[in-house]
Ligand binder design. Structure first.
Ligand SMILES: CC(C)(COP(=O)(O)OP(=O)(O)OC[C@H]1O[C@@H](n2cnc3c(N)ncnc32)[C@H](O)[C@@H]1OP(=O)(O)O)[C@@H](O)C(=O)NCCC(=O)NCCS
Length: 175
């Protein structure tokens, strides 16, 4: 079983080691970070998670039987008035552990946090169209695409298409 816990600064080096190159970084997090990563870049994000009613939450995902940190994910742009947020930066660190259902469990855990604990009503996200495992994972939880942004990002001579997806609390496919 996968559970999510608050991300701490002690977790930063592990997260950095999970990102092998600039291409993967852009696929995972969009343009918010630059490669090579360093602690200072994550500290900037971490600062936003402090205080009461933060606009940003960072989590690590732990495989409870193995007591092993396997992943990372974030709830961003939390708007307590509109009761909305953006799900992002989801990652299973070890590629050998992908495709085993852990990502889906992580998405469900963060949705429980967002809808049940924070009482949010709508979650948004963006995913590149070639990222089939991520799209499938989000769809399984109930996310629906609502906008396609062609040429959203450039990587070398490639232009990447972004799919925007959203999920309302009513349409959430609770496990
Ligand atoms: C995206 C990610 C978190 C998904 O987690 P995961 O553990 O690999 O996904 P799951 O095993 O939970 O799979 C969820 C669904 O997607 C399907 N799926 C998994 N890998 C797939 C692939 N390569 N192609 C198509 N479908 C795939 C699964 O079969 C499952 O659907 P099912 O239960 O109906 O069979 C993980 O693959 C990852 O870390 N990717 C790299 C980082 C990244 O791109 N993050 C997303 C940024 S938007």
């Amino acid at each position: 079983m996968i559970k999510i816990y608050k991300f701490e600064t002690i977790d930063i080096p592990r997260l950095i080691a999970w990102i092998p190159d600039a291409r993967f970084l852009l696929q995972w997090a969009g343009p918010q970070y630059t490669f090579p990563l360093d602690e200072a870049q994550f500290m900037k994000t971490y600062e936003q998670t402090k205080g009461e009613n933060p606009s940003h939450f960072m989590f690590k995902a732990i495989h409870t039987q193995k007591q092993d940190v396997i992943g990372h994910l974030e709830l961003m742009k939390v708007d307590y008035k509109k009761r909305s947020a953006v799900l992002g930066q989801i990652l299973i660190g070890d590629s050998a552990k992908r495709g085993k259902g852990y990502g889906y469990q992580m998405v469900q855990a963060i949705l429980r946090f967002a809808f049940d604990d924070l009482a949010l009503k709508e979650i948004d996200l963006g995913v590149f169209d070639f990222n089939h495992s991520a799209i499938k994972c989000y769809q399984k939880a109930g996310f629906q695409p609502y906008k396609i942004q062609q040429n959203n990002r450039q990587f070398g001579d490639e232009y990447w298409t972004l799919i925007k997806m959203k999920l309302s609390e009513e349409l959430w496919q609770k496990p």
